[in-house]
Design a binder for this molecule. Sequence first.
Ligand code: C5P
Length: 227
Amino acid sequence: MILALDLPDRESALEMLGKLRGSLEWVKIGLQMYLRYGRDFVNEVAAMGFKIFLDLKLHDIPNTVGSAVKSLEGLPISMLTIHTCGGREMMGYAVKAARETNPELLVLGVTVLTSFNEEGLAETGVALPPAKQVELLAKLAVDSGLKGLVCSPLEIEPLRKILPADIALVTPGIRPAGSSADEQKRIMTPKMAAEAGSSYIVVGRPILKAADPAQAARDIMGELQNA
Ligand code: C5P
């Protein structure tokens, strides 16, 4: 389980992580926190003993993305996201840069953002339905050397059918039974996602907004262990 650390500022984030020490291993830091607090914040969270998923969703020309990944050298991160629609060469540069600077880093590909529907995708010139575009980009990502993807829980089953078994699938859009869906629409419970073949689930508000976040985290871990 990976906590999506979507909180407004450094102080509330560190307070939350203090409560979750011992109940949680992984933390996802996104653009909001990274652009405000930068490398120092990543180092601070890592020093508390958490593994870091840096969710920057890089997308640019191959040389720039490769150089950007190299710029992360020395940062204690274990996962990093890039956009697969940047294409084969861009993904290849990212993988090569990661291999050279942080061999343990799992570079994850984002396929079609779940905020897109068919109409929105068509407006950008993509004629395929979103599910087909996800499959196309997922295969291209694996072909380009990526070992993991971020996907919606509903995409796990179709992707598991077409991808090698060692590809990690990281899935947000998770809601424990009985908790609020917030604005998420295509959700699964932790148990359902694990049973469908998710490698890591990403959970934000069900933990962040819980009266007892550490207990909420332990409950979800328990559910995963029973899957
Ligand atoms: O609070 P919640 O559990 O909905 O948070 C989910 C996290 O996963 C957020 O950081 C959100 O940006 C991210 N995410 C998502 N759906 C995607 C990709 C990322 O919810 N398709």
